[in-house]
Design a protein around this ligand. Structure first.
Ligand code: ZN
Length: 351
């Protein structure tokens, strides 16, 4: 093993010198491996991108038009300079990938998880544990309080809430970030309850999922023309930024409307103050505390770098367990960083 680490943190984000490539760079760079298409991982303006095949479908809608995006299939190894690179499913959103980099000469291996969840999700490829010497794991929910209920339970809660609203002439509104969470919610809905509407920011991403062969229930674009159909009995999926807008108010039924947020942050009630909603459903696209620890264990890694969210706490815990661990800086810090996906999702305003 040489003196410089195989993957280093630079002013542009993670960089692998042996491969001559950045991973989820913070600024436009020559060559970028992109774990997934959320805005804090997919920077527009890079010379060339590399993603999984389904990741490419989503990424093409999120970075600049005409971007040069190469795809490499999950589990296929390609040579890049002095490195061998393989992508493995991260289970976070459609096409999300963990990046395994092996130095061709020394055999040293790193895995960068990107965002991931270990729970099965029918709208994306299932997470696979990957062995390595050094693991860089996310830790958005890296505290023991974060433990997710079974998905089936949360799905039943959402559908029961919708049915009850519909019975009383209330429109149901679910706030979910437009890429990934919105599709996961749609996939969980019982379409027999009523019509389903989506905000305009969700539409192009549903198209990407359809292109990748992910089946979602039939939806309408929630707008002036479909408001009559949705009022009082429909369910509308919209990014959090749509809360309180005139666009949303036009869908109120005779019984008004009921709003809900779907997020891992709903596990902590105090979190709800940042978005006044009637209900919180705990459904996350990130690993919970047991999922993070299981992933670290299954990697067999000797060294673990921790990034995003509760990184200091998880790194300290792992050190106490006898693992060499360290905090990897992120582009976003603090409160804003932890809610990054929810916040970035709805930049497209509807009128
Ligand atoms: Zn993400």
């Amino acid at each position: 093993m040489g003196s410089a680490p195989l993957v280093e943190v630079t002013g542009d984000g993670l960089f692998c010198r042996a491969a001559g490539c950045h991973i989820d760079p913070w600024k436009p760079v020559e060559r970028a491996i992109v774990t997934h298409a959320h805005a804090d991982h997919a920077t527009p303006g890079c010379g060339r991108y590399l993603a999984s095949p389904t990741g490419k479908i989503v990424l093409a809608r999120r970075v600049h038009a005409g971007a040069a995006i190469d795809a490499v299939g999950f589990g296929e190894t390609i040579e890049m300079g002095d490195a061998r690179l393989t992508l493995f499913p991260a289970g976070h959103i459609l096409g999300s990938a963990q990046v395994r980099i092996e130095h061709a000469k020394t055999g040293e291996t790193w895995v960068i998880t990107g965002d991931y969840k270990t729970r099965p999700d029918p709208t994306c490829e299932a997470f696979e544990p990957v062995r390595c010497h050094t693991l860089l794991t996310e830790s958005t929910f890296g505290l023991p309080i974060y433990r997710w209920d079974p998905d089936e339970l949360v799905k039943a809660q959402i559908n029961a809430w919708w049915r009850e609203n519909s019975d009383e002439g209330r429109t149901s509104v679910v706030f979910a970030y437009a890429l990934g969470k919105a599709q996961r919610v749609l996939g969980a809905l019982e379409a027999s309850i009523g019509p389903i509407g989506v905000h305009g920011a969700v539409l192009p991403l549903n198209e990407a999922y359809a292109e990748a062969g992910i089946a979602l229930p039939e939806t309408v674009h929630a707008n002036k023309e479909t408001a009559g159909e949705l009022k009082g009995r429909g369910l509308i999926v919209a990014p959090p930024s749509a809360a309180g807008t005139p666009w949303l108010r036009r869908f109120a039924g005779p019984g008004g409307m009921s709003t809900a947020m779907v997020s891992g942050w709903m596990r902590v009630r105090g979190r709800r103050r940042w978005r006044p909603v009637d209900r919180g459903f705990v459904l996350s696209d990130h690993a919970d505390w047991p999922g993070l620890l299981e992933t670290v264990r299954e990697s067999g890694a000797e060294r673990v770098g921790v990034t995003h969210g509760s990184s200091r706490q998880l790194a300290r815990y792992l050190s106490e367990q006898g693992l060499e661990s360290f905090v990897v800086p992120t582009r976003y810090e603090g409160e804003l960083g932890t809610e990054r996906e929810e916040e970035q999702a709805g930049s497209e305003a509807e009128q």
